[in-house]
Design a protein around this ligand. Structure first.
Ligand SMILES: [Zn+2]
Length: 197
């Protein structure tokens, strides 16, 4: 048997070492036997459409000042998280151990299963539904999905809009699924059906 040398896995437990860690208190146990086979792509910016700030980081760590902007009052008290956040320049943060359940999907259903938080990884892209995303974000997302596939039996990558279609529209029509399809062509990963022309 030939042993192929492999690069060291860039993980410490469920923490991806190339990401900057910022611990969110918003997480829980995954159900026993959960098979993490889905990556959920989201978009977020706070206030919506304003990029480069730290409000998303503050939201995910329960440190957002709800009175700092009129929009924040609409989401006052919200306790959410995603495992990862990718800023416009491709900078990557991790908020929750991927072996833990993050709070990004809400009521959801995909590949025949409910409650997608139980067995998915949530990745937020800094952005706005309907707007385009940056090249650097696609690069970071592709690298992250590849690394996640090395640690989990990832079979599906979908948007929040696909797992909660009556409630959510992110990442929206500005997200180019064809880039992901071509990056993972031949991998066996299943993407949402292409939108009708
Ligand atoms: Zn979302």
């Amino acid at each position: 048997m030939v042993r192929r040398s492999r690069p060291a896995a860039p993980w410490r437990g469920g923490w991806y070492l190339p990401a900057r860690p910022m611990h969110s208190p918003n997480h829980g146990e995954r159900p026993a036997g959960a098979v993490v086979d889905l990556i959920v792509v989201h978009s977020i910016s706070l206030p919506p459409g304003e990029y480069g700030g730290t409000a998303v980081h503050q939201l995910f760590t329960n440190r957002l000042d709800w009175d700092a902007h009129p929009y924040f009052r609409q989401i006052r008290g919200l306790e959410v998280s995603a495992h990862f956040f990718i800023a416009r320049g491709g900078q990557l943060w991790q908020f929750v151990d991927t072996d833990r359940r993050a709070w990004h999907a809400g009521r959801s259903h995909y590949r025949g299963r409910d409650a997608c938080n139980d067995d998915s990884i949530g990745v937020e892209l800094e952005g706005l539904e309907g707007q385009e995303f940056e090249e650097a974000q696609y690069r970071a997302l592709t690298g992250l999905c590849t690394a996640l596939s090395g640690r989990y039996p990832i079979r599906y990558i979908a948007g929040h809009e696909h797992i909660a279609p009556y409630r959510k529209n992110d990442p929206g029509p500005g997200f180019e699924w064809r880039r992901m399809r071509s990056a993972f062509a031949g991998s066996g990963i299943v993407f949402p059906p292409a939108a009708q022309p």
